[in-house]
Design a protein around this ligand. Structure first.
Ligand code: GSH
Length: 263
């Protein structure tokens, strides 16, 4: 069976889980322990980040490379169009989501933690300092103050302005069409939906995260009806295509399915 080495809280892993579910592929999630478990990831893939996918002895790191591999090998319900123009649009949007939107979203997580103490205390038992450090490690100038997620060198107003701008662009597209590119779901949709996770955590049973965190996110944005077009689109993408229930196995375990207790 396909194995996904992941953090449950990783939005890049969420992108891969979305694709696996959309394609109807069975998989098990191997929950990597931040820092120590990444040694195993390094041995397996030559780099230390998750997600990493293992399929029949093939090991692939990086969510984009995994998406391309899955679409090549399991070509039913293709997510990367063959038509040149659509393909270009999908890949440009995917890269924008990975490198701009996803980073703004990670900064949003820190903003929520610094501005909303109840959100922070609900999150902290699961998102340990080690994990948070790893989730946000891609942010230049990020420093971890006392493990409490205070963003250093980042203006909260600027972070929120960027997220608002990104969401309004996405709403402009989604008010005219059901998917971001073309008339069927593509990698662009799964990437944008997954990487919006830290702006507002999805509700439902898709993720093993504390109940108190679900539906919560960046104050003034997660709860702002201006972006309803986006959140309604994301909710529908989840209910149409994302599944719950792939077993989670702690990293280093011999393969016994179990679940992690996070509440
Ligand atoms: N470009 C990578 C980014 C993956 C990434 O940033 N993973 C984070 C978790 S969300 C990670 O593993 N951080 C640990 C580290 O950098 O040591 C992808 O698309 O897969």
């Amino acid at each position: 069976m396909i194995e996904l080495y992941q953090f449950e809280m990783s939005s890049y892993a969420e992108k891969v889980r979305f694709i696996l579910d959309y394609k109807g592929l069975e998989y098990k999630k191997v929950e990597v322990i931040p820092a120590i478990g990444q040694v195993e990831i390094f041995k397996m893939s030559g780099q230390r980040q998750v997600p990493v996918l293992k399929d029949d002895g093939t090991v692939i790191a990086d969510s984009t490379a995994i998406a391309e591999y899955l679409d090549r090998k399991y070509s039913d319900k293709s997510i990367i169009p063959t038509d040149g123009k659509l393909r270009g649009q999908v890949m440009i949007m995917e890269q924008w989501a990975d490198e701009i939107f996803g980073i703004n979203s990670r900064k949003g997580l820190l903003t929520s933690m610094s501005q909303n103490p109840s959100f922070r205390s609900a999150l902290l038992p699961t998102a340990t300092p080690d994990l948070l450090k790893n989730l946000v490690s891609a942010i230049p100038s990020f420093d971890f103050l006392g493990g409490l997620g205070a963003p250093v060198g980042l203006s909260t107003d600027k972070i929120k302005d960027n997220i608002r701008q990104n969401l309004s662009w996405l709403c402009s597209i989604l008010s005219e069409q059901p998917y971001l590119v073309g008339d069927a779901p593509t990698l662009a949709d799964f990437t944008v939906a997954a990487l919006s996770m830290y702006i507002k955590f999805p509700t439902g049973t898709y993720l093993s995260i504390p109940e108190a965190v679900k539906g919560q996110g960046v104050p003034g944005i997660a709860d702002n009806e201006l972006y309803d077009t986006f959140w309604n689109w994301r909710d529908k993408l989840y209910s149409d295509f994302r599944k719950a229930g792939a077993p989670i196995i702690p990293s280093g375990d011999s393969g016994r399915p179990t679940s992690i207790n996070i509440d």
